[in-house]
Design a protein around this ligand. Sequence first.
Ligand code: GLA
Length: 359
Amino acid sequence: MTSTWAAPGRVNLIGEHVDYNDGLVLPFALPFVTRARVSTRSDDAVRVVSEDVGGVEFATAISPGEVEDWAAYVAGVVWSLQQRGATLPGLDIALSSNVPLGAGLSSSASLTCSVASAINDECSLGLDPRELADVSRVAENDFVGVPTGTMDQLASMLCESEHLLLLDCRSMETRSIPFAPAAANMTLLLIDSHARHSLVGSEYGDRRSDCEAAADDLGLESLRDATLEQVASLQDDRQRRRAHHVVSEIDRVQRVAAILDSGTPADIGAYLTASHESMRDDFEISCEELDVLVDAALDGGALGARMTGGGFGGCAVVLCRADDVESVTSRVESSYDAHGWQRPTIWTPQPAQGAHRLS
Ligand code: GLA
């Protein structure tokens, strides 16, 4: 027998760097997926073949540090499942993916979630989608060593087509919110800036530490509980600005969700742009390319625009009226041309389904 599963990458509409502060996020799944086909073997080897990057073999009894590079994400899932008590046989795992790499669209969560889902199915482990998201996060945090929050994996597992996923990262409650901009004569553009700044690894951890230190200073468990008045009382300027981003961003997510509930999506534009400004000025995770892109989109008539994901490169989301798509994209392209940069890649993705069985 074999089990084949697909799990998508994600884009976050709003709610950045708040998942590890117990906040609220609002991602949707992209129509880009990693496919994982898993079958069991009679020995205890795990053989992984990837259409794009080659093959690797390791023993089922794997430990962190023994497999590196892209295959560490797969080995991490095998390890993480066993940490939860699963007994695994040898496995053949075949992978293919069309999630753009390094663009901040969670190609890694789509990889771990597809592998976890297919192994869970093939080996009848009985884990539910939230548990599989957690297996995937632990693989990434503790095997690969990337200190992500929990948004990407839950989005890849739980998102529904045509909906955003409002995810409370403290209670882990979720609510799907219908999102069909075209029905309101609007378009959501996803634009890859092509910027890839290597800062992302160390800076991500630094931002987490700043947030923890700010919460500590306020005597709180996390910044989820902080008010803007409390934030204003922080003595350390950097911590105050980091915390201001987090607390104001959680508020923006709540406001955007309420606006979408009331059916007036054009009104979310100002919050998207305010989120970008907060990330640029207070959280300091934007970069020149993303700032140029966002400014050009707004100059071209967009209702709102912001960088999305971990920062220091990757993508922006831009909301505009359908009639303005051309002026927005041509303004973005001409500003890129003026800087002599490679033109950005532009998609108009529809919210897609989370992890699902293909066969
Ligand atoms: C990366 C992390 C997520 C989240 C975002 C920022 O994608 O993997 O957990 O923190 O950055 O919102």
